[in-house]
Ligand binder design. Structure first.
Ligand SMILES: Nc1ncnc2c1ncn2[C@@H]1O[C@H](COP(=O)(O)OP(=O)(O)O)[C@@H](O)[C@H]1O
Ligand SMILES: [Mg+2]
Length: 301
């Protein structure tokens, strides 16, 4: 007589969608619904809610944790704590490196084309900023998102004042040429889910001009650069999601402006099955999932 009468009863897999207070994340509900379609129990949770039992989740998905900008050390400590209890995506090691844009300097040193940038840490000389012949400058902090504390100006004195304000607050400033192509061709964001290219977006400029974000087909040189960036920045299989933001330099060649591996908006609404792609890729990370490799069928998005 067989002894294996019943398969073991398994509780549904649980996913925490990590967000923060006071933000509107339009991607949360569609992604939670996509998990539900897969039979996975997912819920939105504030990353800094002290009452959460993180060990009770099979996966913690880092998403709209946008207030970490003001609490980076606390956020990174949280990511390490959660990693000791359960699976965190993207992993703590990635978040640590990616939440400070000095990673761009490392990628440039590795030979990747990055927007020309002067880096001014507290105490550094600022003569370089006065010397550049860029007609317009962008000054921004290395820890930021959504163009927070970012200034565009043709006035050196104003640029230097912003550098001084950032460094006086103990922050490192980045000074770049203003790339006017963000107002016509636009910045291109390439979205990767589960390690595969999913879709791309033409981004509206944030420091002037203005048009809405729309889906776009990336050019071959953009896809090639994004693949190179990801190969240098992460181990194979390490990233659940990634956004590679590219611009074009004066000679037309693509260059990296930002690599978003922490809390990128994924523009899932611009891709018909975007939420399902993310949920499928996330489920493939869960313990005991039979189909470990997500299969996407690319449609127009
Ligand atoms: N050098 C630049 N030239 C033109 N636009 C820029 C430049 N740097 C930033 N911007 C604009 O500001 C936005 C935010 O800057 P970014 O470097 O992506 O930092 P974050 O998104 O983390 O705030 C960009 O998407 C772009 O619209
Ligand atoms: Mg950006």
């Amino acid at each position: 007589m067989s002894t294996a009468l019943h398969p073991p009863v398994r509780r549904p897999q649980r996913v925490a969608y990590a967000t923060c207070r006071g933000v509107e994340d339009g991607e949360a509900m569609p992604v939670l619904a996509a998990f539900a379609r897969l039979g996975v129990s997912a819920e939105a949770v504030f990353w800094n809610d002290p009452g959460v039992d993180w060990a009770g989740y099979d996966l913690v998905l880092v998403r709209s944790v946008w207030d970490y900008i003001l609490h980076r050390a606390e956020f990174l400590a949280w990511s390490r704590r959660v990693s000791a209890l359960t699976r965190l995506a993207n992993p703590a090691r990635v978040l640590e490196r990616n939440t400070d844009k000095t990673y761009l300097r490392e990628l440039a040193a590795a030979g990747l084309p990055v927007v020309p940038t002067l880096w001014v840490a507290p105490g550094d000389p600022v003569d370089g900023v006065a010397a550049v012949d860029w007609p317009e400058l962008v000054v921004k902090p290395t820890v930021s998102s959504g163009a927070r504390d970012t200034v565009r100006t043709a006035d050196r004195a104003e640029a230097l004042a912003q550098v001084a304000a950032l460094t006086a607050a103990g922050r490192t400033a980045m000074v770049q040429p203003y790339l006017a192509m963000v107002e016509d061709e636009g910045e291109t964001s390439l979205l990767y889910l589960g390690g595969e290219f999913s879709h791309a977006v033409r981004r509206g400029p944030m420091l002037g001009g203005g048009f809405a974000d729309v889906a776009r087909e990336p050019d071959a040189d953009q896809l090639a650069l994004a693949a190179r960036v990801l190969a240098v920045a992460a181990e194979p299989g390490e990233l659940l999601y990634a956004r590679v933001d590219l611009v074009r330099l004066a000679d037309g060649s693509p260059a990296l402006i930002e690599l978003e591996l922490t809390e990128p908006r994924l523009f899932l609404a611009l891709c018909p099955d975007g939420p399902d792609r993310l949920a499928a890729a996330a489920r493939a990370l869960l313990p005991g999932t039979p189909d470990r490799a997500p299969v996407f069928h690319r449609r127009d998005c």
